[in-house]
Design a binder for this molecule. Structure first.
Ligand code: RI2
Length: 312
């Protein structure tokens, strides 16, 4: 169990971060754990795997990629421990492989929306969004990127390093400069931690402000999101929980000790309504946000009637 707890801790502290990366790490952790178990009874094996899955799912509440990945792996079957383990490993490997392919495919699809000469604004550090930008650059389009710092954890610094490595001209701006620079922007490309059944996108805090500024200036917003970031439970009216992280990410909490009337809030994500989103680029195509239910039903295999019948 130590290896599972180790990955869980790394996800919690954001040493492992980014919705897709978290999902792959959790699938990999279940696979590794299954290989360490020497249970003889399949019942005990299943119980241990299921406990590990629960620990991993509880690490971060917002990125739906995490429960979706765990669900895919947990669909394993087998009458013996060997059968169960083999099927679990196959499923984990399949998820990890297809998730990497999805990011590439999203890049190919999304990059067609980028024109030669475009200035792209992006927020935080999304591998799916970077795939779109990278493939536009690779196709020979002359592009510039404006990347936000993304307080409080400053994932924008990871983005500028990645784009620099690719040889893409990039400017770093503080989050509050988004509207100031929007006049120079041709297209906004961001990632997603979750997409709801009604096409809203949950992504790093500040995304909705950016999308609102883009909407105001008639600038298109592309969301790059693998299909496993779509949230089936929102079909049943559930809201996606917005993670609120520790104050220490925003400021030194000791400095607050004498301030009896002050609290610091640190939501990690916000919700961008579908009205502000032009297209969601998934690995199965560029869809309008209104088509989100079809992804949940036809690609993820969740059916509203089944959910109602089984009270999921
Ligand atoms: P990919 C990240 O969350 C950011 O919000 C980013 O836009 C999103 O996950 C998707 O990232 P965090 O882990 O899956 O930094 O596209 O809180 O890499």
């Amino acid at each position: 169990m130590d290896s599972v707890l180790d990955i869980a801790k790394k996800i919690q502290t954001m040493e492992i971060r980014g919705a897709g990366t978290i999902a792959r790490a959790a699938a990999g952790a279940l696979k590794d754990y299954s290989q360490q178990l020497d249970e003889k009874s399949v019942k005990k094996f299943n119980t241990k795997i299921s406990n590990a899955a629960n620990i991993l799912v509880a690490t971060r509440p917002t990125a739906v990629s995490l429960p979706n990945a765990i669900r895919m792996v947990m669909g394993y079957t087998g009458d013996t421990v060997d059968e169960a383990r083999t099927d679990l490993i196959r499923r984990a490997d399949q998820f990890i492989e297809s998730s990497k392919e999805a990011t590439e495919r999203i890049g190919a699809i999304g990059s067609r929306r980028i024109r030669d000469g475009d200035t792209i604004m992006t927020h935080c550090n999304s591998q799916a969004a970077i795939s779109v930008i990278a493939q536009a650059h690779k196709a020979g389009k002359n592009i510039n990127v404006i990347a936000t710092e993304s307080r409080p954890r400053r994932q924008g610094l990871l983005t500028i390093a990645q784009l620099n490595e690719l040889g893409i001209n990039t400017s770093l701006i503080v989050d509050s400069a988004v509207r100031y620079y929007m006049k120079d922007v041709d297209i906004v490309v961001v990632g997603a931690d979750a997409v709801t059944a009604n096409g809203s996108v949950i992504n790093k805090i500040g995304t909705s402000q950016l999308a609102m500024a883009a909407h105001e200036s008639r600038t298109n917003v592309i969301v790059a999101a693998e299909t496993y970031k779509f949230s089936p439970r929102t079909l049943m009216g559930e809201m996606v929980e917005i993670e609120e992280r520790d104050v220490s990410e925003v400021m030194d909490s000791e400095k607050l000790s004498g301030m009896l009337h002050v609290s610091v809030r640190n939501p990690a994500f916000d919700v961008t309504p579908s009205d502000y989103i032009d297209v969601i680029c998934t690995e199965v195509g560029a869809i309008s946000p209104e088509m989100s239910y079809i992804i949940i039903r036809d690609i993820l295999g969740w059916d509203l009637q089944d959910m109602l019948d089984n009270e999921i």
